[in-house]
Ligand binder design. Structure first.
Ligand SMILES: Cc1cc2nc3c(=O)[nH]c(=O)nc-3n(C[C@H](O)[C@H](O)[C@H](O)COP(=O)(O)O)c2cc1C
Length: 325
């Protein structure tokens, strides 16, 4: 048993979180995470409409009676999704935990607070974490440069970002980006966090609804097999390195604009060609450096149990053994 104030605040058994993942954060995975005693998040925008989100929440509830949450990723865009309607679908469905990410969650906090929803805000810098704490969120997920998806533009890896955030954050805080196993969990606790958030590691589990080729690729890949795309546009995303990611990096480095890569990076292309059809060079898909630490495709329960059991061994054994005479 590894118990922290994050577990107490969010009402879960283990201090392990499965963060929102576009096209991956569906009921099968999230309910498996909940049943394993960890905290999973359905990804709101994976569902085409707020009504579909309500159905996905109901489907998840059919598969678990443990707590789970919903991720609301707020990305400024020309034609934004109806965020307020997605938010209201979450509240009306009775979900009590939300992961916000991508942007300042201020606009949505009064509604969440009025409904008794706890908000875990994920961000990639100490200043944004401090701001969210001031706004009154209930927890922080601090996401280092190692992470899959959007690491921000500061490029601060977890080894510095996590303790730097811990110096300023007094509410429960979990560490994100680059975590896959017990060593990471114990390190995160030592650095001042109250648990870990994982994305990439949970994609390579039995319950993730993605093609087996993607999971196998994660097992084969090393820590060197990611690319940072959109760097020149200052909207960096860490993705699995493949034929398309190489092309996108090259076009943008040579002065190309978003229009020049729009078709290559289309979300639906990644979803259909890669995640559904299993063509790992068919489009863009998110993955983190931590691919280099993934060597198998366990069930979610096996993964969570293994991390907790090995973390206990590590703390009571190797670490305890280094102290004293
Ligand atoms: C396939 C995939 C899709 C993701 N999509 C989202 C998303 O829609 N919203 C979000 O907040 N984070 C998203 N993330 C980031 C994760 O929630 C998490 O912060 C990140 O994966 C942590 O780093 P790690 O992959 O090293 O564990 C995604 C990650 C992956 C692997």
């Amino acid at each position: 048993m590894v118990h922290t104030k994050f577990c107490a605040e969010f009402g879960i058994e283990h201090p392990i979180v499965q963060g929102g993942m576009q096209w991956v954060g569906r009921a099968e995975l999230v309910s498996a995470v909940a049943n394993a005693g960890a905290l999973g998040f359905i990804t709101a925008l994976t569902q085409p409409t707020p009504e579909d989100l309500a159905k996905e929440i109901a489907r998840c509830r059919d598969m678990t009676d443990k707590p789970f949450g919903v991720n609301l990723t707020i990305l400024p865009s020309i034609n934004p999704p109806p965020y307020a309607e997605y938010r209201d679908a979450i509240i009306d469905s009775g979900v009590k935990i939300v992961e916000t990410a991508g942007f300042n969650p201020a606009e949505h906090l009064p509604a969440f607070r009025a409904a008794g929803v706890r908000v875990l805000h994920k961000c990639t810098s100490v200043r944004h974490a401090v701001k969210a704490q001031e706004l009154g969120v209930d927890g922080i997920s601090i996401d280092g440069f190692e992470c899959a998806g959007h690491p921000g533009e500061d490029d601060i890896p977890g080894l510095v970002l996590i303790p730097a955030a811990a110096e300023k954050i007094t509410i429960p805080m979990i560490a994100s980006g680059g975590f896959a196993d017990a060593r990471g969990l114990v390190a995160a606790l030592a650095l001042g966090a109250d648990g870990i958030n994982m994305g990439t590691r949970f994609v390579a589990t039995q319950e993730a609804q993605v093609h087996d080729n993607v999971k196998q690729r994660m097992v084969e890949a090393t820590e060197r097999d990611t690319d940072l795309i959109f760097r020149p546009l200052r909207n960096t995303a860490r993705v699995a390195r493949n034929a398309i990611s190489r092309q996108v990096v090259q076009i943008l480095e040579e002065g190309g604009q978003f229009e020049d890569v729009r078709d290559l990076v289309a979300g639906n292309r990644g979803r259909i060609e890669v995640l559904e059809n299993g063509d790992i060079d068919g489009g863009i898909w998110s993955a983190g450096l931590v691919q280099g630490l993934i060597h198998d495709i366990p069930t979610v329960a096996e993964l969570v149990e293994r991390i907790i059991a090995e973390a206990e061994e590590l703390i009571k054994g190797r670490l305890a053994g280094t102290v004293g005479a």
